[in-house]
Design a protein around this ligand. Sequence first.
Ligand SMILES: Nc1ncnc2c1ncn2[C@@H]1O[C@H](COP(=O)(O)OP(=O)(O)OP(=O)(O)O)[C@@H](O)[C@H]1O
Ligand SMILES: O=P(O)(O)OC[C@H]1O[C@H](OP(=O)(O)OP(=O)(O)O)[C@H](O)[C@@H]1O
Ligand SMILES: [Mg+2]
Length: 299
Amino acid sequence: MTTETRLRIAMQKSGRLSDDTQALLKRCGLTINVADRRLLAHVANMPIDIMRVRSSDIPGLVMDGVCDLGIVGDNTLEEASLKRKLMGDKFEYVKTTPLNFGGCRLSIAMPEEFNYSSVDDLNGLRFATTYPQLLKRWADEKGINVEFCLLKGSVEVAPRVGLADGICDLVSTGATLEANGLVEVEEVFRSKASLIQTASPLTAEKQAILDTLLPRIMGVMKAKESKYIMLHAPKDKIAQVSALMPGKETPTVLPLAGREDLVAVHVVATETFFWETMESLKALGCNSILVMPIEKMMG
Ligand SMILES: Nc1ncnc2c1ncn2[C@@H]1O[C@H](COP(=O)(O)OP(=O)(O)OP(=O)(O)O)[C@@H](O)[C@H]1O
Ligand SMILES: O=P(O)(O)OC[C@H]1O[C@H](OP(=O)(O)OP(=O)(O)O)[C@H](O)[C@@H]1O
Ligand SMILES: [Mg+2]
């Protein structure tokens, strides 16, 4: 098979998204050997090639049609799209599906000693950032002027060394900000990873591969949030038990040998199953409550 008929997917080579991306593709049944130093890895069991690159290169590779698909953070994607539009380069893409990892926010943070009360306090200040386009768009929306200096990493150090008044960088736990004496004051952009597709139509062969891959991706994501619940419930409490299940599907109710008062209930809960729900089930008289992970789902 020539490379023309193989679907080419760009993913981050190493960093915050690479483990989750690799795990997703693996759970979709793709056999990839990324242990070696090859940057274009053939999937052994499907007509797919995986191109392992810097995440900042992924939007351009997809927008230029070098790769058919890419897995990248919305922050990187939107920044690249705005920049390419400005430069007159191709900036179109199709967001095939949002993914359930890589969640973070792009925020403005100021030194602890900065007396912040409103967005107007940021007018005319200089920010260190990797995302000048997203910062500028936000500042325009807020009606303020900001300056920026471009840093690709260790952005949090900039105010302390006099490079900038504040920063505009990614935050998830907030630990990096705290460690560097910074306080988050405004959220500029909320992000997670997405599967994106080139804007030009795929060949029939590539489309057929995507039509197989996409339901698998959806199935893996759905399975990750879903749990298979098994429990013993008082026969007269089935309706209450069923109502407690988060995102429940129709439960299966089975008789229990030698028990007239109890039944076994099996159900797929498609949302996060909390300890509190288990405690409520127990309070209804349920026992032997088992919550099990689901590996794959379809239909
Ligand atoms: N602290 C974080 N928590 C969660 N997700 C994050 C965090 N930092 C970054 N991300 C997400 O992961 C993506 C990749 O971040 P990472 O730091 O691994 O690479 P990078 O330095 O931004 O890019 P490159 O791969 O081009 O070197 C970011 O674009 C963002 O979407
Ligand atoms: O809120 P936190 O959980 O502390 O995460 C935020 C940090 O994570 C990212 O950097 P990363 O660790 O990816 O380093 P990098 O600058 O080398 O990309 C981001 O640029 C912040 O510095
Ligand atoms: Mg980073």
